[in-house]
Design a protein around this ligand. Structure first.
Ligand code: IYR
Length: 226
C-alpha cells in the first residue's frame, strides 16, 4: 500500500474498483428502484430482530462523513420493555400537547394525509428504538473539545442509518417527538449530548398500511446547469 505524509500526517492510497459508464448507470438505477421501495412505517411487528443486525446498521451509520471527522453522534439502542413503556408515555404526553395547540393549523392539516396523531404504540411494539444523540461538544476526561457542523454530520449519519435499515430488510420510522429532552433524562445522557431523532426499527406488521402518497419527480427536485 502506498503512503505519504501531508502536513506531518500519514495518508494512504485509496482505490475503488472501476466501473464503466454503462455499469454506473445500471447500478444507480438498481439502487434507485430499491430505494423507491423504502417507506416510513408506523405499523410494526413485535417479531424479534437480531441484535447483530442492529449493531451492523449502527456501525454502517457511523461510516458517515462528519465535520473534521469528529463523528459527533451517539446511538442509544433500547429493547428493554419497561424503558420503551416510559419513552412511549413521555412521548405521548408531549405529542398530545403538540396535537392540541402547539402545532398551528397549517401543520396539523399537512399531517392529515399521513394519518398521525398523538398515540405512539409503535414505541412499545417495535423490538428496538434507536435514539440518535448529537454531541454539541465532547468531554473526555473532563476536557472539553469542539465539534463542527454537528447538525449536518448527524443528519447524514441518520440518512446512512435509514439506508442500512432498508438494506437489511427492516423498516423504520423517523419519529420526532417534540420537545425531546425527556429522552436525555430517561436515558441518563451527559449534558453535551442532545436528542436528535428517535427511530423505531423492526419488521413491518403482517398487515401494514402506508399513506398513498407520491414522491416528487426528478424535474421538481433537480436543475441542471450545463
Ligand atoms: N412529531 C409529530 C408530528 C409529525 C411531524 C412530522 I415532520 C411528521 O413527518 C410526522 C408527524 C409526530 O411524530 O406525530
Amino acid at each position: 500500500m502506498k503512503t505519504k505524509t501531508i502536513q506531518g500526517h500519514p495518508f494512504i492510497e485509496y482505490k475503488r474498483d472501476f466501473f464503466s459508464e454503462a455499469e454506473v448507470t445500471k447500478f444507480s438505477k438498481e439502487y434507485l428502484d430499491f430505494f423507491e421501495k423504502r417507506r416510513t412505517v408506523r405499523d410494526f411487528s413485535n417479531r424479534p430482530v437480531p441484535l447483530d443486525a442492529i449493531e451492523n446498521i449502527i456501525q454502517m451509520a457511523s461510516t458517515a462523513p462528519s465535520g473534521a471527522h469528529k463523528q459527533p453522534w451517539h446511538f442509544c439502542v433500547v429493547s428493554n420493555p419497561d424503558l420503551k413503556k416510559q419513552i412511549r408515555a413521555a412521548a405521548e404526553k408531549e405529542e398530545y400537547d403538540s396535537y392540541h395547540g402547539r402545532m398551528n393549523d397549517e401543520w396539523v392539516k399537512d399531517l392529515e394525509p399521513l394519518g398521525t396523531d398523538w398515540h405512539k404504540p409503535f414505541l412499545e411494539i417495535a423490538p428496538y428504538l434507536i435514539i440518535v444523540f448529537k454531541k454539541s461538544y465532547n468531554v473526555d476526561n473532563g476536557q472539553k473539545s469542539q465539534n463542527y457542523y454537528v447538525n449536518e454530520s448527524v443528519g447524514i449519519a441518520c440518512g446512512f442509518l435509514l439506508t442500512a435499515i432498508h438494506q437489511a430488510g427492516l423498516v423504520a420510522l423517523t419519529h420526532t417527538p417534540s420537545p425531546m429532552n425527556f429522552l436525555s433524562k430517561l436515558l441518563e445522557r451527559p449534558t453535551n449530548e442532545k436528542p436528535f431523532l428517535l427511530v423505531p426499527v423492526g419488521y413491518p406488521a403482517e398487515e401494514c398500511y402506508v399513506p398513498d402518497i407520491k414522491r416528487k419527480p426528478l424535474d421538481q427536485v433537480m436543475d441542471l446547469y450545463k
